[in-house]
Design a protein around this ligand. Structure first.
Ligand SMILES: Cc1cc2nc3c(=O)[nH]c(=O)nc-3n(C[C@H](O)[C@H](O)[C@H](O)COP(=O)(O)O)c2cc1C
Length: 173
């Protein structure tokens, strides 16, 4: 088996891709060989000794392409150390900590397929210029207008680095 780790992601507007790149960079700095790939480009998990997979949240759910990836690869993922992360805007809110425990429900469909050794929950970014208009995005804009969350990049790069470093023993790296 290869010694590489796969960091794979589902992203619509790019912030989850950025979080995945940051995770990959921290692993690389720890001397680990890493591929960072969108889930649609992953065909085979055989070359990887461990997998870190994450999705943007939309409508309190992992993206459909992320669920499809986990569904298709669940058998192989159960045989490897696997960590999961999600990226959302709720964690950018002022009172975010009161929601953190509840956010685990959004990852429950993932546990039902394959149980991660560790889960990361991160604030992402909101940039309406990158999001096509729809009823769902209108709701997001209205909540932003009401002040519950703000447009902008809310990624906490230190938290992402700390989480990634905590993965090393859990993924047997
Ligand atoms: C249509 C839409 C629905 C969203 N639904 C949620 C949600 O239910 N909960 C949440 O915390 N964030 C939600 N978000 C915010 C995204 O999860 C956040 O902006 C994330 O960083 C997007 O990742 P991406 O840039 O990789 O697509 C939503 C964003 C959009 C555009």
């Amino acid at each position: 088996m290869n010694d590489k780790v796969l960091v794979t992601y589902a992203s619509r507007a790019g912030s989850t891709a950025g979080v995945a790149e940051a995770i990959g960079k921290t692993l690389t700095e720890s001397g680990i060989q890493v591929d960072v790939l969108p889930m649609q480009e992953v065909e085979d998990l055989a070359p990887y000794r461990a997998v870190v997979a994450g999705s943007a949240i939309r409508g309190r759910k992992w993206l459909p392409e992320a669920m499809e990836f986990l569904h298709d690869h669940q058998g192989e993922l159960r045989q490897k150390p696997f960590a999961a992360f999600m990226v959302c805007i709720t964690l950018s809110m002022k009172n975010a900590e009161q929601y953190r425990e509840g956010l685990k429900d959004w990852t429950k469909p993932v546990y039902d397929m394959v149980r991660p050794v560790c889960e990361g929950y991160f604030a992402g970014a909101l940039d309406f210029s990158k999001i096509p208009f729809s009823l769902n995005t209108l709701a997001m804009r209205l909540v932003a207008l009401a002040g519950a969350w703000k447009e902008g990049d809310h990624c906490d790069w230190n938290a992402i680095r700390t989480w990634t470093e905590s993965l090393l023993p859990l993924l047997h790296l």
